[in-house]
Write a protein that binds this ligand. Structure first.
Ligand code: HEC
Ligand SMILES: [Cu+2]
Length: 319
């Protein structure tokens, strides 16, 4: 029996792969939560051992009536005063952490809107909003203030390696501050069941050096470079894709689905789930609901051959 329990532990820990591992924190806020976790865990282990030790001792010893007052004092201090002080101190500490990580100040502001089942991402810059989707890039050692909301149902925004999760609530704005301290590609996900494709609602959270981030953001702010006679773009419009998707700089201005202006610059396709390749792109268009069940994009099974190739080549040129 005991061995059975021990065998479960590695199985549980195996769920903590590198990218989503909150115990390998890559953010200042995650580090503080991790500290709290270890202090609680180790503190609880020590106190538990002391209590069990005292119980075993009491059970083994003969009752000695002359020690009655001493025993009462022990219960008062050990059973009432000590837990009150410890739990009170932990409460204050926890509240201070909560205040800091829900702060509403940051070096940059990113609005993220939870949609079924993808992420609308808007960087607020002095030159205006920069709209993108499904990938969030951040400069290292800067505090990003996230202003979160949702379009339809409640979602929860979570980058485990960087910090705690925060609900995204329709009609309300919640905030979350994250300060990444390590560059890398940290995975993010929706942590609140939100319907059919919930488990496939992910994103990349890519932490970069400030210079690289500035270059990336400047590129994202640009409109797409689409030639007037681009056959791929014509097919995009003929198929009605532009009714749902926006490609800035063209007359595709649909507000329903993810902004595709710099689609091919994203590392992943379909809200963090497939590598961005011509093959996955083609299948995304023809076998949409096999690629991601339940989504609000219609499949285009009849789009094949040269027409499909040209459309895919066009989409892959949007970098
Ligand atoms: C009815 C609206 C609608 C139409 C029409 C539509 N899409 Fe979409 N599209 C969506 C939605 C919604 C999503 C997000 C799906 C998700 O991940 O939950 C999406 C996602 C995508 C993505 C993935 C974006 C990313 O960030 O990874 C691509 C690429 C795409 N659509 C291309 C197309 C093309 C090409 C067409 C036309 C052949 C098209 N869409 C037609 C609504 C639409
Ligand atoms: Cu969700």
């Amino acid at each position: 029996m005991r061995r059975g329990i021990l065998l479960i532990i590695p199985a549980l820990l195996a769920g903590c792969d590198g990218r989503h591992n909150w115990l390998a924190s890559a953010g200042a806020e995650a580090q503080r939560v991790e500290e709290l976790f270890w202090v609680l865990l180790l503190g609880a282990a020590v106190i538990w051992s002391l209590v069990i030790g005292a119980a075993v001792y009491a059970h083994r010893r003969q009752v000695d009536p002359s020690l009655e007052t001493q025993a009462r004092r022990f219960i008062l201090w050990g059973g009432a005063v000590f837990p009150t002080v410890v739990v009170g101190a932990l409460l204050v500490w926890g509240l201070v952490i909560l205040r800091d990580i829900t702060s509403d100040e940051g070096d940059l502001t990113v609005r993220v809107d939870g949609e079924r089942w993808w992420w609308r991402v808007i960087y607020e810059t002095p030159e205006g909003d920069v709209v993108t989707a499904n990938e969030i890039r951040l400069p290292v050692d800067r505090t990003a203030l996230f202003r979160l909301t949702a379009d339809d149902v409640i979602h929860s925004f979570w980058v485990p390696a960087l910090g705690g999760k925060m609900d995204m609530i329709p009609g309300r704005e919640t905030t979350l501050a994250l300060t990444p301290i390590q560059t890398g590609n940290w995975g993010g996900l929706c942590a609140e069941y939100c319907g059919g494709a919930h488990a496939l609602m992910r994103f990349d959270a890519i932490v970069m050096e400030q210079d690289a981030f500035d270059t990336w953001l400047a590129a994202e702010a640009e409109a797409a470079q689409v030639a007037g006679d681009d056959r791929g773009f014509e097919i995009f419009q003929e198929e009605g894709c532009g009714a749902c998707h926006t490609i800035r700089g063209t007359d595709a201005q649909g507000p329903v689905g993810p902004d595709l202006t710099h689609l091919a610059a994203r590392e992943k396709l379909g809200a963090g789930i497939y590598d961005m390749t011509p093959e996955t792109m083609a299948r995304w268009i023809t076998d949409t609901h096999e690629m991601k069940p339940d989504i609000d994009m219609p499949p285009y099974p009849d789009l094949q051959g040269d027409r499909l190739d040209r459309l895919v080549a066009f989409l892959m040129s949007l970098d």
